[in-house]
Design a protein around this ligand. Structure first.
Ligand code: GDP
Ligand code: ADP
Length: 300
């Protein structure tokens, strides 16, 4: 696209800056020395850097394995116009682009073909008491290469739960502050009661370091992750049967009969959402279900 009437000197400066930016991004991406995210962070944070003049589309095309078709599809999903320059992105678009790059071009992942790169972030969701917590704990204990995201929540700790391991237990005010400052990748009110959210920066950092990340969150959260990080893989954990789900909920014994009834009603709605997910894993045996989830991350 030709620029409209612009000052010639300014135009040639912009062209030089864009060329330098292209070279610096390409070098960084190809060598893998710096992550694409950090390169863009520089460009995003400071509108005077060479990267600011680069079109987002050009940046995406510097990533090995991302051709024009995939690049344009990504831009469409990110709701960023192909002609947009990095320096001209709004705050919301910057965040979405960085999230996308964190998954699509993580640390050591530049040289990997797209299918391998795209499965680093896995979201595990499913109805109440299906065994999400049990399967995630099994993964944490048996697959140290997988980083489990620790959510923040406004609900009170249960006996045995450790702050910073099970959850970050925060007050309503603190949660409000985190929402307002954009610290969450996603957040939701779950079971009409407490708020839960995934802190964004540990996820991004882990992905940049090339680690696999598992989010164990509810369905509303899974939908938000899909919207902001389209490359994430969404896994729905299923019970072997409805009766078994009821048995697990009652057997866990952590909810009152009224609360159990409420959760089972929600579970019916949640089960109806399973088709929105990329994969379904039946939690028959914990170790087998965990293995299936981990296999989707292409590790071990
Ligand atoms: N959206 C969202 N949901 C979460 C998050 N962390 C946990 N959850 C979900 O919140 C629900 C309640 O979790 P919890 O209070 O630990 O109870 P339990 O899993 O039902 O025993 C579960 O469905 C979790 O998957 C989060 O960060 N975001
Ligand atoms: N594969 C399984 N077979 C039998 N019981 C299971 C299995 N997975 C989980 N459970 C049990 O089901 C109950 C609910 O599991 P939990 O992990 O708390 O579910 P969620 O986190 O999905 O709400 C717990 O008592 C747990 O021990």
């Amino acid at each position: 696209m030709k620029p409209p009437e612009v000052d010639r000197v300014a135009a040639s400066r912009a062209a030089v800056a864009a060329r330098r930016a292209r070279a610096s991004v390409k070098n960084a991406v190809v060598s893998g020395e710096r992550s694409a995210s950090s390169v863009v962070t520089v460009g995003l944070a400071d509108k005077d850097t060479p990267e600011a003049g680069l079109r987002v589309r050009e940046l995406l095309l510097c990533i090995p394995g991302l051709g024009p078709v995939r690049g344009d599809k990504a831009l469409e999903k990110l709701a960023i116009s192909p002609s947009k320059r990095i320096g001209g992105l709004g705050r919301h678009q910057q965040v979405k682009l960085l999230d996308y790059l964190a998954v699509r071009a993580p640390g050591t992942g530049y040289a990997l073909p797209p299918t391998e790169v795209s499965t680093k972030l896995v979201v595990l969701a499913g109805p109440t008491a299906v065994g999400k917590g049990t399967v995630s704990t099994y993964i944490r204990e048996n697959y140290p290469d997988v980083q489990l995201s620790v959510s923040a929540t406004t609900r009170a700790p249960r006996p045995g739960e450790v702050d910073g391991v099970s959850y970050y237990f925060v007050t309503d005010d603190e949660f409000d502050r985190m929402v307002e400052s954009g610290e969450f990748l996603e957040w939701a009110v779950v079971h009409n009661q407490s708020r839960y959210g995934t802190p964004r920066s540990p996820v991004r950092r882990a992905l940049r370091e090339g680690k696999s990340v598992l989010l164990e969150i509810d369905i509303q959260g899974a939908r938000q992750v899909r919207a902001s990080m389209p490359e994430a893989v969404l896994v729905f954990l299923l019970p072997p049967t409805w009766d078994e789900l009821v048995r697990r909920l009652i057997g866990r014994g952590t909810e009152s009969p009224e609360e159990q009834a409420r959760r089972l009603a929600t579970a019916k709605v949640e089960l109806a959402a399973q088709d929105e997910f990329d994969f379904r894993v039946v939690n028959n045996k914990v170790d087998e279900a965990a293995r299936e989830v981990v296999d989707l991350m292409n590790i071990s």
